[in-house]
Write a protein that binds this ligand. Structure first.
Ligand SMILES: *Cc1c(COP(=O)(O)O)cnc(C)c1O
Length: 439
């Protein structure tokens, strides 16, 4: 078992994180419980930023808040000098309520509603990452109504998809996101945007995938983009002020994952851009959008062990008091995780279990094969690397209230999201007889 971040083992064999005993956290706040190692998030943010600082160029590191959004997290991103990506009115609202500097908010999404665009224009956010022609026209109209000018990046699909260890050259991209490069859509979008009074075209954006463990995909995407950029520079003098290269930097979910240091990605990106620029072109600002790599490894989920079922010679099920309601990724993507019994850290992990959730689905399995200490009901289980897309995908399936979230740092504990109550679950429900609103 490899511990990371600030995790250690206390004298009595308990897992600690941020100087705090996880077994006590479970007792105090109940389970399931999300726990974040704040200093680890800070460390990641600083690693990304210092990789750019060393290169002395203009940059933004935008936290993709869909990975984990709540007011305290947005404020932490602000403290660390990050920018912020939002993909919905709800994420934007959270950012505004957190007091995040609006000029560093970037608005993503392939189907922003009129109301969402108006909300973002009213808030005077930093830029819109425009996904399609419909949005470009709508944005121009709404900005004109308000008499403002909107900064825009065009999201492009460069025809390179990176998945962990392989790259798919798709040519014409079959994706719901972005303007296609190959078919000429990007050039057309640039020309349209340049002709609009209420739109200021800042540059281009691409995001090639997630859980990427090599620099090759980014290098290929940049080369592809510049093969077009140099043509457009020559033919109509276009060059981007900003090149946003997206997120997707890989993290360690299990010991099979070997992520690169973040500076490797940044260095490769900058080097490739520099090598691809043709004479006369200026260096664009480089923006990136890490989500999981900022928060994923910093989060763990604590559960209480409950029932145990042995299927003779087949499987040893150990059930916990959560599951696909607080971590959808195993059911959604067959995502893999590792765990430990947090109150038995000095005991050998010599039992093979399958860790089951408590939801009414056979597919609600958190970990299919997991070597753990011998566990009994009442033990505290910690599942690692659940900080990204855990809380943010949490749901109320089976009417399970969503768990609380705590931050720990230097022995301090902050409750940043309260646990939902049963009353919360029926807050918007109307009794049958009162539900009739017209006859
Ligand atoms: C999801 C997403 C990200 C963040 O991806 P991670 O894998 O969490 O780093 C960044 N940019 C865009 C456009 C995304 O859709």
């Amino acid at each position: 078992m490899n511990l990371y971040g600030t995790s250690t083992i206390s004298e009595n064999g308990h897992l600690t994180i941020g100087g705090v005993d996880t077994v006590q956290l479970a007792k105090k706040f109940g389970t399931a419980l999300y726990v974040y190692d704040v200093s680890m998030i800070r460390e990641k943010a600083r690693a990304f930023r210092s990789a750019f600082e060393r290169e002395e160029l203009n940059y933004q590191v935008a936290y993709a808040s869909k990975a984990f959004s709540c007011v305290a997290m947005i404020q932490l991103a602000e403290e660390e000098g990050l920018s912020l990506d939002v993909v919905s009115g709800g994420e934007l609202y959270t950012a505004l309520q957190a007091g995040f500097p609006v000029d560093r908010i970037h608005f993503h999404g392939n189907n922003k509603s009129e109301a969402e665009i108006r909300m973002a224009l009213d808030a005077e956010i930093g830029c819109f990452v425009v996904d399609n022609f419909y949005e470009l026209t709508l944005l121009e109209q709404l900005a004109e109504e308000k008499g403002v000018r909107a900064n825009v990046l065009l999201r492009i699909t460069p025809g390179i998809e990176a998945h962990t260890h392989d790259y798919i050259l798709t040519g014409q991209e079959d994706s719901k996101f972005g303007f296609d490069l190959q078919s000429g859509q990007v050039e057309k979008a640039i020309q349209s945007a340049n002709g609009m009074n209420q739109v200021h075209l800042l540059g281009l954006h691409c995001h090639i995938g997630s859980q990427i463990f090599e620099t090759t995909g980014f290098v290929m995407a940049i080369e592809k983009i510049y093969s077009y950029l140099s043509k457009w520079y020559e033919s109509f003098g276009f060059q981007p002020e900003v090149l946003n290269l997206g997120g997707g930097f890989g993290i360690r979910y299990t010991s099979d994952d070997e992520p690169l240091p973040v500076e490797n990605y940044i260095n490769a990106m900058i080097k490739t851009v520099k090598s691809q620029m043709t004479a006369g072109m200026r260096m664009p600002e480089i923006w990136i959008e890490p989500g999981r790599s900022l928060v994923g490894e910093a989060g763990i989920t604590l559960y209480t062990v409950g029932s145990h079922k042995q299927v003779p010679e087949l499987r040893n099920y150990l059930a916990v008091d959560g599951g696909m309601s607080d971590n959808l990724r195993p059911a959604l993507y067959q995502a893999k995780y590792e765990a430990t019994i947090a109150n038995r850290m000095y005991e050998p992990s010599d039992h093979l279990y399958s860790v089951a959730g408590k939801c009414c689905e056979s597919g609600d399995m958190l970990i299919w094969d997991c070597e753990l200490q011998r566990a009994i009901a009442g033990d505290t289980m910690a599942v690692f690397s659940t900080g990204a897309y855990g809380y943010s995908m949490a749901n109320n399936y089976n009417r399970l209230p969503r768990p609380a979230v705590v931050f720990v740092e230097n022995g301090e504990v902050s409750l940043v999201v309260r646990r939902e109550s049963y009353e919360d679950l029926i807050r918007h429900d109307m009794p049958l007889k009162q539900a009739i609103i017209s006859k």
